[in-house]
Design a protein around this ligand. Structure first.
Ligand code: GAP
Length: 550
């Protein structure tokens, strides 16, 4: 059976995100900017809650005196906020300047550019003419795409499509060219009407370049927008050790914007050109590093589960040896089954990497490469270091054990936007609820974890009279000082519940006729739809407890 993604579900999520003000296309009134997204009123609250949860759970709420489950010892956590633009040498020694690129091919006819590894094709023949039809579509869309292109290229009508003879399955253009099976001249580009318009692949660095200063122009003014927040942490390792009382093992956390000039931004916010990362660099003794790697992998995995992501849609994938970066001792990805992926495929939410001492040593000695199994400073053609390090000693002296060493680094690196997208996709549900007259009504509901929900509670007077709004406004003011809540008196109560369900609000408090008699309100639970009565005077405490307990 053909594998299928759930594009219909994805389309509904994207439409809800727009309709309810979670996520908008950047610069939309000018036609939008591909790969850039804005967060609207509900979206900004959701994303902020997600980042706050991360910061609280990993940093500010971390108990530095306790030994957490799976940890070898207690450890300290601290934070940092670095600049987006850093010294250009940072990216040379980190490897991003040389290695952070994709292979691209251009089409001379359509002027479009494609990622080489995203191009697949198959041979089609008609009346003696044979072409390799190339598609840039992914998953299930690629086959029909090549069929439509071949039909157009051979000038056939829909009913003649069976006249085309196909040879072999869809396969990578790159490997078909390398194996000699296909020549550039036989390839029909994804948006071309003529053969042979695709260029040879060229490297394209993913870092956004900029210039520093008013008189910018020379090569010395060249700088880059950071493609990851991690390097800023390495830049400040020594500052943090020298100025705070942290001792190894400890972690430095940072949340911030990163920029990558992705060739093919796609799948809503999944691959954007501007996005936020939540990264930790955890510094430990080399001998303990494997145990700390396992600890962080499991801790980060549990974080997503505790915030309610469906276990059946999450996958923890250890990289095979061949997939590891040359400096990495181990890497695991936490992946989610996004609806835009075909069944069985997962997209990366976070990577947890054991980076050894690569980063600190590279920034000290110069960019490292692996040679005969060991990391050595890469030489330029003149025999000198290709990219010189800072020359600063980034080793650590343990004054209790009297040991000096370069700490090993475990890096849990998460994307805030991808996590928001995963939580949105996971929370999206359609079900049926009885309306005021008891008839079944379909509803769309975001079953977000209460810690993530943009609005925690809505205060709703049943009608706009009989003193109900006054009681409701009073309750709203008391609750607002404790948590994000809203007051809504517009429309029927059923419509107001529906609006809150779509926004992911876990609780509604309704002030009705009974409230005026016995000072109780109706508390409605978004997920179970259970309605219970609660004394007005206990509402704030009850919701605080429910929120704190989650
Ligand atoms: N410092 C390591 C690092 O940056 P990465 O796997 O390239 O590793 C970490 O990125 C995380 O950042 C990813 O797991 C993903 O969640 C997020 N991320 C990376 N590129 C992204 C993009 N173009 N759009 C949105 N999120 C992205």
């Amino acid at each position: 059976m053909e594998k299928q993604n759930d594009q219909t579900r994805m389309d509904k999520i994207v439409s809800l995100a727009k309709r309810r003000g979670f996520i908008f296309q950047s610069s939309e009134i000018y036609g939008g900017l591909n790969g850039f997204w804005d967060y609207g009123p509900l979206g900004v609250a959701l994303k902020r809650n997600l980042k706050d949860c991360w910061w609280h759970d990993m940093v500010s709420g971390h108990d530095e005196l306790a030994t957490l489950a799976g940890a070898a010892s207690p450890y300290e956590m601290t934070g940092l906020d670095c600049t987006i633009i850093m010294h250009p040498q940072v990216w040379k020694c980190s490897g991003h300047f040389d290695l952070f690129h994709d292979w691209m091919v251009d089409c001379r006819q359509s002027k479009r550019r494609y990622r080489y590894d995203h191009l697949n094709g198959r041979f089609a023949s008609h009346r003696g003419k044979k072409v390799f039809v190339v598609s840039d579509q992914s998953g299930d869309d690629a086959l029909p795409d090549t069929a439509a292109k071949a039909q157009k290229f051979f000038g056939l009508r829909a009913k003649q499509i069976d006249e085309i003879e196909w040879q072999g399955d869809l396969r990578s253009l790159a490997s078909s060219i390398v194996s000699g099976e296909v020549t550039q001249a036989e390839a029909l580009g994804p948006d071309a009407s003529e053969l042979g318009t695709l260029t040879e692949p060229r490297e394209f660095n993913l870092m956004f370049e900029t210039r520093i200063g008013a008189l910018a122009g020379g090569d010395d003014d060249r700088a880059f927008l950071r493609p990851e927040t991690a390097q800023g942490i390495f830049m400040n390792f020594k500052n943090v050790v020298d100025t705070s009382r942290v001792r190894v093992p400890f972690g430095i956390a940072q949340i911030g914007k990163s920029f990558r000039n992705e060739i093919t931004p796609r799948n809503f916010t999944f691959r954007s050109r501007e996005f936020e990362q939540m990264e930790i660099e955890f510094f430990c003794r080399p001998a303990d590093s494997t145990a700390w790697y396992r600890f962080w992998r499991d801790r980060r995995w549990n974080w997503y589960l505790n915030l309610g992501l469906s276990p059946g849609k999450l996958q923890l994938r250890e990289h095979a040896a061949a997939e590891l970066s040359h400096y990495s001792v181990g890497t695991a990805d936490i992946e989610y089954a996004f609806p835009f992926l075909v069944a069985g495929e997962f997209g990366e939410l976070e990577g947890i990497a054991h980076r050894g001492d690569f980063d600190l040593r590279s920034h000290s000695e110069g960019k490292l490469v692996r040679h005969n199994g060991v990391l050595v400073v890469e030489q330029g053609p003149d025999g000198k270091p290709k990219y010189r390090g800072s020359g600063k000693d980034l080793s650590y002296f343990d004054d209790i054990s009297r040991e000096r060493y370069v700490p090993h680094v475990i890096e849990p690196s998460a994307g805030a936007d991808r996590a928001v997208l995963a939580f949105l996709c996971d929370a999206y549900h359609e079900d049926e609820v009885p309306d005021e007259d008891g008839k079944a009504r379909s509803r769309t509901v975001l079953k977000l974890h209460p810690r993530l929900a943009p609005i925690k509670a809505a205060i709703l007077p049943l009608v706009k009279k009989d003193g109900m709004p006054e009681v409701a406004i009073d309750l709203y003011r008391k609750l607002k000082s404790q948590m994000a809540c809203m007051y809504d008196e517009k429309g029927s109560i059923g419509r107001r519940y529906a609006r809150q369900d779509e926004a992911g609000t876990p609780w509604c408090l309704t002030i009705d006729g009974q409230t005026l008699i016995d000072q109780t309100v109706t508390l409605r639970d978004r997920d179970s739809l259970a309605q219970s009565r609660l004394p007005l005077s206990e509402c704030v405490e009850e919701l605080r407890e429910r929120l704190g307990g989650k």
